[in-house]
Design a binder for this molecule. Structure first.
Ligand code: GLA
Length: 419
């Protein structure tokens, strides 16, 4: 374990677990159904919520900016059936502790465990006027926790959709995303933006999702790779204390926007500052606020350019923007780690790679690389060797593509997903 300059304490996650191949969304859905039947001896309904990667637009969502995520084919599955009493009992394949929640009690304070997410969603849906029935839940996931692939939002959304459905209650995707975000703020303590919950709920296969996090307008942008591939490489380094470092970044961004407001009262968030304005004003900002603002303002501009690249199939252009995004997250926003930097540098030095960057909140987690399909085996091998030689870590890589957002898995097992 070591302290790095990002302010997070980094430690390798359970490396044995990190070596297991990740199950696909279909496998994990089948597993949740079978485990539920074995445990509760009744037939459940099953809800699937995917992981996401973010192509570009990091730490821009809570600055009212733009993001470009997509769902991937790993998921959390929640099998659920109603109970006769006013309790929610949740079991997880990967957690020893069973969570028990009394729907009519005010709720227990944070415990720092996975039950906070479940309890947060239950309480937030109730606060928003939904009448929830008692429920048994069985949760299975193929999303590694702490890898920056949004395992938290997938759990929140999966639990939320399951509880609403078996209670006969409805909630639109935008409202459910906001409820899950509020659950994370209030019950977990991370002041996350809205990107992950929206990506998990609204993504579509073969598309990236461009979201304007100010007005929540979304555009689906074709993302079909053909002779290109997108490789996700999990550094297997976890981000302990990442939540407090994340909240600190958010406070710095808010402070930067507030300080810049004296130049223009219309600045509500860093989204309202153009790159040319910032170039004129940044000398007035103390460090690290100037650096944080530089990242956010530049990154929002890069998302716009990336969407334009995708629309015309300019993969080289997208790749260059990914490298620039990583450099900015490393140098100005300081949320990368030495392991992530080594992976990106190794990718950049591999012929056939067009771009690479860390994805997600940072302080550990994953790198994504855009690579010509023919160069994929070489890239995987080089990334693995570099991280092992440099840090004794064995990263896990998998190729991915844009997958469907959350839905109920209906009919026979794994047969289909209904949004
Ligand atoms: C985490 C948060 C998101 C977003 C990213 C960084 O995943 O949950 O809201 O801020 O970090 O882009």
């Amino acid at each position: 374990m070591r302290d790095d300059s990002s302010g997070a304490v980094c430690a390798p996650r359970d490396s044995a677990a990190a070596q297991q191949p990740l199950q696909s969304a279909t496998q994990v859905t089948d597993r949740a159904r079978q485990r539920f039947r074995a445990r509760f001896t009744t037939e459940p309904r099953v809800f699937r919520a995917p992981a996401r990667i973010n192509l570009i637009g990091e730490h821009t969502d809570y600055n009212d900016g733009l993001v470009l995520p997509m769902a991937i084919d790993h998921a959390t599955a929640v099998a659920a059936a109603p109970r006769a009493d006013r309790q929610v009992h949740a079991v997880s394949a990967s957690e020893e502790v069973e969570v028990r929640i009394d729907l009519d009690s005010p709720g227990t304070p944070r415990s720092g465990a996975w039950g906070d997410y479940v309890e947060g969603v239950v309480r937030t849906l109730r606060t928003r006027g939904r009448r929830l029935a008692g429920a048994d839940l069985y949760v299975c996931s193929s999303i590694p926790a702490g890898a920056g692939l949004s395992s938290s939002a997938a759990l929140e959304v999966g639990v939320g959709r399951a509880l609403l459905a078996i209670s006969g209650e409805a909630m639109g995707k935008l409202e459910l995303a906001a409820a899950c975000q509020a659950a994370e703020h209030e019950w977990v303590g991370t002041r996350c933006g809205i990107m992950d919950q929206l990506a998990v709920l609204c993504a579509e296969p073969g598309r990236a999702l461009a979201i304007d996090c100010r007005d929540l307008r979304m555009q689906l942008v074709p993302f079909v790779l053909e002779d290109m591939a997108l490789l996700v490489t999990d550094s297997t380094v976890a981000h302990r204390l990442a939540s407090s470092a994340y909240n600190a970044r958010r406070r710095e961004c808010e402070a930067a926007a507030e300080a810049l407001r004296r130049f223009s009262p219309g600045i509500l968030a860093l989204r309202d500052v153009s790159p040319s304005d910032l170039a004129r004003w940044q000398a007035s900002l103390p460090e690290p606020l100037a650096a944080r603002a530089r990242h956010v303002v530049g990154e929002i501009a890069r998302v716009e350019l990336a969407v334009a690249c995708l629309r015309v199939g300019d993969w080289d252009g997208l790749g260059q923007l990914m490298y620039a995004s990583h450099a900015s997250l490393r140098d100005d926003f300081r949320v990368s780690t030495v392991e992530l930097d080594l992976l990106v540098d190794t990718a950049a030095g591999t012929s056939g790679v067009l771009g690479a960057r860390m994805t997600g909140g940072g302080f550990g987690g994953c790198v994504i690389s855009l690579v010509r399909r023919a160069a994929l085996p070489l890239l995987e091998e080089r990334l693995e060797r570099a991280l092992f030689d440099g840090f004794g870590l064995r990263p896990r890589s998998f190729e991915t593509r844009a997958a469907a957002g959350a839905g109920e898995v209906i009919a026979h097992e794994g047969a289909g997903v209904q949004a």
